[in-house]
Design a protein around this ligand. Structure first.
Ligand code: ADP
Length: 497
């Protein structure tokens, strides 16, 4: 494992860990807050439900023998003193209030004597709701000892000697609250510590497992990338679509394929370049050697050679110079086309006229080989929109080849046909033909079917034709049968006059 990988994964793992711990803490706090809220509520609701009848009991038990009011209309304090005594024996956390019909406090029995000034009245709305629902509904009422706070309560209406009001009992007084809070604090602390320890333990185990699984694919990808970087060009991520980061895995595989493809292409271009240089230097060397030989002979044997011999030697040197300049011209032309230095200048021109000119130009060469060179339907005039000199060059190469690869007494025909919006240009010969397996490659640079046939050119002619077709956004096709002949076809856009 190298340095990059060592730092990459732990960094990510660290971040994942931090995120995980933050999540656990957040969950823990939320859990405790929610638990605290609901368990308090649950406790209060249970207590209120259990003690819902307390106020009714007070009325039934205490008010049946003695009235809560004395004859002078004042509150029967001894009765309430007695009541408080009873209540305290059972529950020190409750407070009893006697309310009139308007909710004003007439008397209170309270154990807790806090500094707070008690309220003079309480809201009747929760009391009425409580009574209407028969204590079945959880409802909070005003705490007279702590104005502004809400407490669980029990309440019941009384009607004694024509005086109406309510007995209002706070079930969780301040006193109760203090005890409850202390206990709750202890429970909460225990619960908190216990829950935190347990969750931490589980989260460590789960976290380790989760991070291991989460980073499993990443580790696999890193290993593969590293292998590829170290030169294993076949290294690919297996089943990339099953990876959690499929898009990344697929991108890496595609990138690796592209790199390997490009390397292959570069390699084949390099091989072709080397072949080209080898071929060119060979092709240059042969005529140069011939030239050198004849020139040396002419120099050395100047006096002993007859006039005819001198003439013949000079003709040979002349032919070889022609050959050399032909090759150099073709190479120059091809390299210019390949380097995309040629921009076609398209214009309308008569392809019929151009064909006539070319036939006239090649007539002598064809006649020398007793080959009939003709234009099919010479009377029709076809106009095209293309680069005239490039098209001329292409046609020249095709006619030259047709003559070159046709035996004496053969025939070469140039035909032009309107095909929709295009002119079809066709050069057909009755020559040697091209083997089917060689046909796809004849347009490649330096490809010659010269193993079987006699080598007569440099293999650049058709490569130049193909480049010219590319510049005109068209293609050239060949139909050929060995020993029967070949037919080359391409299309150019027709120009309507
Ligand atoms: P060359 O300079 O060798 O003719 P080209 O690129 O013009 O190179 O042609 C490539 C090869 O295609 C030739 O070597 C030849 O074998 C074959 N070829 C091209 N035109 C014809 C044709 N009309 N008939 C038969 N073979 C042909």
């Amino acid at each position: 494992m190298s340095g990059t990988e060592k730092t990459l994964t732990p960094k990510l793992v660290k971040k994942l860990w931090l995120a995980f711990i933050a999540l656990i803490l957040l969950m823990g706090v939320s859990y405790m807050l929610i638990t605290s809220y609901f368990s308090k509520k649950h406790y209060q609701e249970t207590t209120q439900r259990l003690n819902a009848e307390v106020a009714n009991h007070v009325i039934d038990e205490k008010f049946k023998d003695a009235s809560p009011f004395l004859a002078d209309g004042s509150v029967n304090k001894p009765l309430f003193g007695d009541l408080m005594h009873d209540m305290m024996a059972v529950n020190r956390g409750i407070e009893v209030y006697l309310l009139n019909a308007n909710g004003e406090i007439l008397y209170s029995v309270v154990l807790d004597h806090s500094d707070n000034a008690p309220a003079k009245s309480v809201s009747l709305a929760p009391i009425n709701t409580f009574i209407a629902q028969k204590g079945e509904k959880y409802v909070l009422g005003d705490d007279p000892r702590n104005p502004g706070e809400q407490k669980i309560f029990s309440a019941a209406p009384y009607d004694v000697d024509g005086r109406k009001g309510y007995v209002y009992i706070i079930l969780a007084s301040k006193n109760f609250q203090q005890v409850s809070d202390t206990l709750w604090g202890q429970y909460f602390a225990k619960l908190g510590i216990g829950a935190t320890l347990l969750t931490t333990l589980f989260s460590v185990i789960l976290g380790l497992l989760a991070i291991w699984f989460l980073t499993k694919n990443l580790r696999l990808i890193t290993t593969t990338v590293r292998k590829f970087q170290e030169g294993d060009l076949g290294a690919r991520i297996e089943n990339p679509d099953r990876s959690d980061i499929a898009i990344f895995a697929n991108s890496f595989n595609e990138m690796a394929d592209t790199i390997v493809d490009n390397m292959d292409k570069l390699q084949s271009v390099d091989i072709l370049r080397r072949e080209l240089i080898a071929n060119v230097s060979h092709d240059l060397r042969t005529p140069l050697a011939i030239l050198k030989g004849y020139i040396e002979t002419l120099q050395m044997k100047r006096d002993s050679l007859t006039e005819n011999e001198k003439q013949e030697y000079l003709q040979i040197t002349h032919d070889n110079v022609d050959k050399l300049s032909g090759l150099i011209n073709q190479l120059f032309e091809y390299s210019k086309l390949e380097a995309e230095q040629v921009t076609p200048v398209k214009e309308p021109f008569s392809i019929t006229e151009l064909s006539h000119d070319l036939i006239a130009k090649f007539k002598v060469l064809a006649a020398r080989k007793e080959i009939t060179l003709a234009l099919d339907k010479p009377e029709e005039n076809s106009m095209v929109f293309a680069d005239v000199s490039l098209v001329e060059r292409a046609l020249q190469n095709l006619i030259e080849n047709a003559i070159k690869y046709t035996e004496p007494k053969g025939k070469v025909t140039l035909a032009l046909h309107q095909k929709g919006k295009n002119i079809e240009i066709n050069i057909t010969d009755t020559g040697t033909g091209i083997p089917v397996n060689e046909q796809p490659f004849i347009f490649d640079r330096y490809k010659q079917v010269s193993k079987s046939t006699k080598k007569q050119g440099y293999g650049l002619g058709l490569a130049i034709v193909k480049k010219i077709m590319d510049l005109h956004d068209t293609t050239i096709t060949v139909l050929s049968k060995p020993k029967e002949g070949s037919s080359f076809t391409f299309y150019l856009p027709a120009y309507q006059v």
